[in-house]
Ligand binder design. Structure first.
Ligand SMILES: NC(=O)c1ccc[n+]([C@@H]2O[C@H](COP(=O)([O-])OP(=O)(O)OC[C@H]3O[C@@H](n4cnc5c(N)ncnc54)[C@H](OP(=O)(O)O)[C@@H]3O)[C@@H](O)[C@H]2O)c1
Length: 331
């Protein structure tokens, strides 16, 4: 098929450690070889995209580069029988947006094994309100389902962020009593609207006293921030509770000892959404499309064009984003 011109954000290194982001015209001929060419309709902004867009070599090794770990759109070409032109699809995880040009461009070309058919009852737009953030919250909900709602409260940290806000909404939809931790005192109503029953300030959720165990308060925890916050949450989890861990916006360290595990039998479950096996991936997307889909899903996003990514990247890096940022590639 003839090459097509399209618009994409390109991150370029102009000098050592100086990265600039510009919107440029590209051609589908410049995309890497792959099985499926997708016209991207929506993408979304995640913390990892902000790292890629600002030169973090742990996420993206080589520049110039187009970030965007999330994309949903319509298949335009496929050399694999599993997909045909016109199919609506979701592409997240694997290497998309890391070292493979991602969803901050109007076209992507990817291996077929990265592509998920859009489930019934989910629109392309909704799939990107979830995006990697919602998928990660879904993986957490999957592991936390070991806990019955009548066993007690579930704590969600970083609650107004992309992953946290979707975790609050999904876990509330699953019937849990959710307690949300936030550093944004002005956003309590936002969290209540999503389904949080209790809200605590970030400082009140931190214990830096060094005690190995604290009063047991939580049946389960969905942590997005790591560091002292995760350590405090683990030490405050009740017998045989489950704690999931996915992020490190506070710190990658975990200042803790073994006592919560050997005295309370706590299960600490790591989430690597990027490497979730396809069979579980499909189950999670099916649930997000149906029984886990929050009624308030549409209150979470703001919609932006590619041109507004720069200012939103700055906000997410400062921990000041609320809910989700959906990139509308047709705007
Ligand atoms: N492992 C995986 O598969 C996976 C997948 C997706 C994301 N992640 C990780 O999960 C984390 C969250 O991602 P995101 O896209 O949701 O980011 P985000 O939208 O920026 O949300 C992070 C939230 O954490 C809170 N926060 C910020 N700085 C903090 C600090 N110093 N201490 C405590 N809380 C702080 C803020 O919420 P409040 O103001 O409400 O406290 C902030 O909105 C990131 O580390 C990301 O890399 C991992």
């Amino acid at each position: 098929m003839a090459e097509k011109k399209f618009k994409a954000m390109i991150v370029e290194e102009s000098a050592d450690n100086i990265f600039q982001r510009i919107i440029k015209e590209k051609s589908t001929g410049e995309l890497p070889d792959g099985d499926v060419l997708v016209q991207v309709k929506y993408s979304s902004l995640n913390y990892k995209d902000a790292l890629s867009a600002t030169g973090n070599r742990g996420v993206t090794r080589n520049y110039p580069h187009t970030p965007g770990i999330d994309a949903s759109g319509i298949v335009e070409e496929s050399r694999d029988d599993r997909f045909r032109p016109g199919d609506a699809v979701i592409v997240t995880s694997y290497d998309l947006g890391m070292n493979t040009p991602g969803g901050f461009g109007q076209y992507i070309r990817v291996p077929v094994d990265w592509v998920v058919k859009l489930p019934p009852r989910l629109s392309l737009e909704e799939s990107m309100i979830f995006g990697t953030a919602g998928f990660t919250a879904g993986v957490g909900a999957w592991h936390l389902s070991a806990i019955r709602p009548d066993q007690g409260e579930i704590l969600v940290t970083g609650a107004t962020g992309g992953v946290g806000s979707l975790a609050v909404a999904i876990l509330a939809k699953c019937g849990y009593s959710v307690t949300a931790v936030t550093g944004k005192s002005t956003e309590k109503q936002f969290l209540r609207d999503l389904g949080a029953q209790n809200i605590i300030n970030r400082e009140a959720a931190l214990d830096t006293g060094g005690r190995p165990l604290l009063k047991a308060r939580w049946a389960g925890v969905f942590d997005t921030v790591g560091g002292e916050m995760l350590a405090t949450a683990i030490k405050s989890t009740d017998l045989y509770g489950t704690v999931t861990c996915c992020g490190n916006v506070s710190s990658p360290d975990l200042p803790i000892n073994v006592f919560p595990f050997i005295l309370r039998g706590i299960h600490l479950v790591g989430i690597s959404s990027q490497n979730t096996p396809m069979d579980l991936r499909l189950k999670i997307w099916d649930r997000l499309a149906d029984k886990w889909k929050p009624e308030k899903l549409h209150m979470l996003p703001k919609y932006i064009p590619l041109e507004a990514l720069d200012e939103n990247i700055a906000l997410i890096l400062k921990g000041q984003q609320k809910g989700r940022v959906v990139v509308d590639l047709e705007k």
